[in-house]
Design a protein around this ligand. Sequence first.
Ligand code: C2E
Ligand code: MG
Ligand code: MG
Ligand code: MG
Length: 285
Amino acid sequence: SAKKSGRGQHRFFDKSLNRKDVEAFHLEQSFSDALRNREFVLHYQPQVCLETMNIIGFEALVRWKHPEFGTLYPDRFITIAENCGFVIPLGLEVLRLACAQFAQWKAEGLPVTPIAVNVSPIQLTEPEFCWQVMALIDEFGLSPDQLELEITETAMLDASAVESLHCLKAEGIKLSLDDFGTGYSGFAHLESVPVDKLKIDRSLIAKISNSHDDSPIVSSTIILAKRMNLKVVAEGVETREQLVHLKVAGCDIAQGYHLSRPISADQVPEFVRTFNRREAVVLAG
Ligand code: C2E
Ligand code: MG
Ligand code: MG
Ligand code: MG
């Protein structure tokens, strides 16, 4: 298939290539230009402490301002970038953008707390990854606990990735397990990997309905996580009912459209300043 043949090699389309392969081919071809032309930008989605209703951090989410295709969301291109190895330079660019932005907000005195950055398991398998992260932290004058890396369960299945996680943890970087409740969902894995937080996947949060019924999976996950001294984040919180259920169930942090969609860096200062006024409205639905 086109995917398997080497980079830079000439490739022919034949009738067996479907639309997705063709699109993947085109995106792959424009990856390096995109880096050079700074087409990747980060949007930021707030995470809110359910106890205080204060913003306690932002998750950085990459978007690709493609000159031909318009704004592309990560689900369109991350897997393609993983398959061709581009996710490694892309991941470094994302980390650099997040650190630079965070350093600027810090200098402006904006009380934005840790920035969470998504990391592909492929990045973690690189032995130098941990040191590249520490070099960025240094370059931008951040402290390690101001950066949080969101990893997925697949990273916990690879020995060299686990090694990176231990290295990052030893350096004081915070680790958060993303999309919990999809895939393997082993609490068993959690004993061998040093994560600080668990993010319950939005497919589970979506099961919390308007009825009086809480989702038993969500509430049991929260109880188990707490027993393991992990902070719990609910992602994809879309309704006031879900927010209330989660607070009652003991969830620590919420993130989702009900609180805010991901916003551009420009919008963050104003959002932070007005959030306390807005929170009353959010809670009232
Ligand atoms: P994720 O890390 O689980 O991020 C949450 C995704 O859910 C984001 O989609 C976010 O916009 C969306 N979301 C947040 N709240 C809600 C809600 O209330 N309802 C619904 N329906 N969706 C909500 P996005 O930005 O399209 O990112 C998708 C995935 O792409 C992310 O899932 C993450 O796995 C990956 N990703 C994003 N940025 C990066 C990156 O810089 N590097 C890597 N390797 N992966 C990234
Ligand atoms: Mg994430
Ligand atoms: Mg997630
Ligand atoms: Mg996801």
